[in-house]
Design a protein around this ligand. Sequence first.
Ligand SMILES: CC(C)(COP(=O)(O)OP(=O)(O)OC[C@H]1O[C@@H](n2cnc3c(N)ncnc32)[C@H](O)[C@@H]1O)[C@@H](O)C(=O)NCCC(=O)NCCS
Ligand SMILES: Nc1ncnc2c1ncn2[C@@H]1O[C@H](COP(=O)(O)OP(=O)(O)OP(=O)(O)O)[C@@H](O)[C@H]1O
Length: 295
Amino acid sequence: MLERRLPRYRPAAPAIPADQAAAERIGRLALRSLYREVALAPKPGLVTPASQGSHGDMDFTTFQRSLHSLRPYFPEITVCGLRGPDFATLQSLGIAAEAEMLAATGGINTHRGAIFNLGLLCAAAGWLIAAGETPEAARVCQVVADSWGDDIRAGLASVPATAPLSHGLAVARRYGSGGARAEAAAGFPAAREVGLPAYRAALAATGDEELAEVQALFALIAEVDDTNLLWRGGPAGLAHGRHAAAQFLAAGGVLSDDWRAHAAAIDRDFVARRLSPGGSADLLGVTLFLAGLGG
Ligand SMILES: CC(C)(COP(=O)(O)OP(=O)(O)OC[C@H]1O[C@@H](n2cnc3c(N)ncnc32)[C@H](O)[C@@H]1O)[C@@H](O)C(=O)NCCC(=O)NCCS
Ligand SMILES: Nc1ncnc2c1ncn2[C@@H]1O[C@H](COP(=O)(O)OP(=O)(O)OP(=O)(O)O)[C@@H](O)[C@H]1O
């Protein structure tokens, strides 16, 4: 079991300087992955440097402000991971980062999913570093599932029927979709089994990181139970979004000569329907982080 492979929680132990430096590098990788996600274009219905996508209340500047506010968070939660923290400890860091983000954006949710997903992965990477293991992609995902999966799932089940619901919880209740929590608790299967292989195959075929990012994003949209698509468009909107992305891939994806025109048409269609695959965008950030870790 995991307890035997990883050290126990050490609340006050000072970090070894080399571990601290390695953890901070991983925190910077998480932030860089999110910059790459928002800088990417085209992305259907999502915010890019040139477009607000399907969003009236945020643009590229909002995302830049949000990312600036998160600069200390990712190194901090990775360093916290060195001590083998419990879920409640991580949750308090995540909630504080959410508050910083909302203060920086004037109350707009730009990175709630990313704070959660990448925060957990960073903490897992820290834990592995302290155990003397290389924080490879598959291992960090496994540590998230094994160490905190039960607590993450318990959080979804324990919300009182009368509690005010976030959009994610509202669609979880209405449609039984687990969203960001289910994905994290299971060790990020969509990022590992869909995003990462699509990214690596397209990178090998084209040698172009941006093309590989576009391909990974469409692969994720085609497969993920994206609670942002569900919230905006209901089950029909989610099915429509997934089908459009699957058609893009079936036509050859970024290897097709006219992929840009095809992606632009899907973007126009998503914007006309107010659809935004924000969960898939967050999982593209996770995919780029895992690709950066390697393994
Ligand atoms: C768990 C969180 C993200 C819950 O989100 P919630 O269900 O309330 O939904 P909400 O609509 O507010 O946000 C969901 C976020 O997940 C992303 N998302 C949507 N679908 C998916 C999916 N299938 N997979 C991954 N991410 C997704 C969205 O882009 C969005 O940003 C969060 O609000 C929370 O509990 N924050 C506290 C911080 C915390 O627990 N941190 C733990 C350690 S870092
Ligand atoms: N590049 C991006 N563009 C837009 N959304 C993104 C992008 N990257 C990630 N997201 C995610 O999408 C979510 C925003 O979607 P949305 O605006 O639908 O959420 P909401 O605020 O819950 O709902 P609504 O705006 O419909 O009231 C953010 O939580 C963010 O994590």
